[in-house]
Design a protein around this ligand. Structure first.
Ligand code: SF4
Ligand code: SF4
Length: 317
């Protein structure tokens, strides 16, 4: 099914957050977007997160869902967690108010399992009291478990500079032999030329058309629905498209309801779109309610909002 979705350019992936290790949050997201017609879900590489997604799948009654798990190399923001230095903190509350994933409580405590490493809190802290600390996954044990439990895509975020960590994690992914490997790449540390060289080197270990390249504009930046926010994702996709590689091309990083239209205007023939921040933000008012599981009306409203985003993300000729 995955191949068909990609070839028909009908691939929409909900990114629950590579660092989102909160099972209840993932369960609500998967349930809502599955009901709305999403078939592919990007999860943190954690056993209990996969279990939460499968529980949501059962509740939704949707049979044909695909899962992707993401891991990052050292230096990648997706594997970061916020840490507060209380000697510097003045309890101004900015971080609590700005966190997009409710990972900071009103008592200014970070809930690590909810922190997706976006860095918004650290950027806005007036006292420089927040630092981002890496939390690495044990890929050698977790990834084989994921594949043997039905995960079809293993994704590696390769924006960091640590080449030996990249080589190690990429070789583990290839040893796991997933249906598809995915390379999520942006230009934070690499030039346009450097991006293509890195992809080509990684593809030398892959059969043609068994790899998805996820062109990442600005990771985790999709907090509003403007063309400007999605511009870098389209630009990154164009660079990869021009390299004419034997891959499937998807777009992420600042993606929103304008992405399909902008890519179409720019002549980008992408195979799919992955949306994280914006997709989570628009359903948050419904999913964060304590009565979510018992209030059918709220669930229906959330599904309607999600469906609208999936519709707008369809490939436009
Ligand atoms: S933004 Fe910084 S100073 Fe303000 S509450 Fe958060 S950690 Fe403390
Ligand atoms: S703002 Fe981002 S980095 Fe900070 S706690 Fe929330 S999710 Fe984590």
């Amino acid at each position: 099914m995955l191949k068909t979705l990609l070839e028909r350019r009908n691939f929409f992936k909900l990114v629950c957050g590579a660092g989102n290790e909160d099972p209840e949050s993932v369960k609500r997201l998967v349930y809502t977007y599955a009901k709305a017609g999403c078939k592919v879900f990007d999860l943190s590489a954690e056993e209990e997160i996969l279990a939460a997604a499968k529980e949501a799948q059962e509740l939704s009654g949707m049979e044909d869902l695909c899962y992707c798990v993401s891991v990052g190399i050292k230096g990648d923001p997706h594997i970061n967690k916020a840490q507060i230095d209380y000697d510097k903190c003045i309890k101004c509350g900015s971080c609590y108010k700005l966190c997009p994933n409710d990972a900071i409580s009103e008592y200014i405590k970070v809930c690590e399992s909810r922190c997706i490493g976006c860095g918004t809190c650290a950027k806005h802290c007036p006292k420089g009291a927040i630092s981002m600390v890496e939390k690495d996954a044990d890929v050698k044990s977790v990834l084989p478990y994921m594949v043997s439990n039905g995960v079809e895509i293993l994704e590696l975020h390769v924006t960091g500079q640590d080449k030996s960590d990249l080589d190690y994690k990429w070789s583990v992914i290839n040893e796991c032999n997933p249906k598809f490997a995915s390379i999520c790449i942006d230009r934070e540390n690499l030039s346009n030329k450097g991006v293509i060289l890195r992809i080509k080197e990684m593809l030398s270990q892959r059969e043609p058309y068994t790899t998805i390249i996820q062109a990442d504009g600005i990771p985790m930046s999709g907090s509003d629905d403007t063309y400007k926010t999605t511009l870098q994702a389209a630009a990154m996709a164009e660079i990869i498209q021009n390299a004419k590689l034997p891959i499937y091309l998807t777009v992420s990083g600042g993606t929103n309801s304008k992405t399909a239209e902008l890519c179409s205007l720019c002549g980008i023939e992408y195979n799919g779109i992955a949306i994280g921040s914006w997709a989570r933000k628009i359903v948050k008012p419904y999913l964060s309610r304590p009565d979510f599981w018992t209030n059918k009306l709220i669930q229906e409203e959330a599904v309607k909002v999600a469906k609208d985003l999936i519709e707008k993300s369809r490939y436009q000729h």
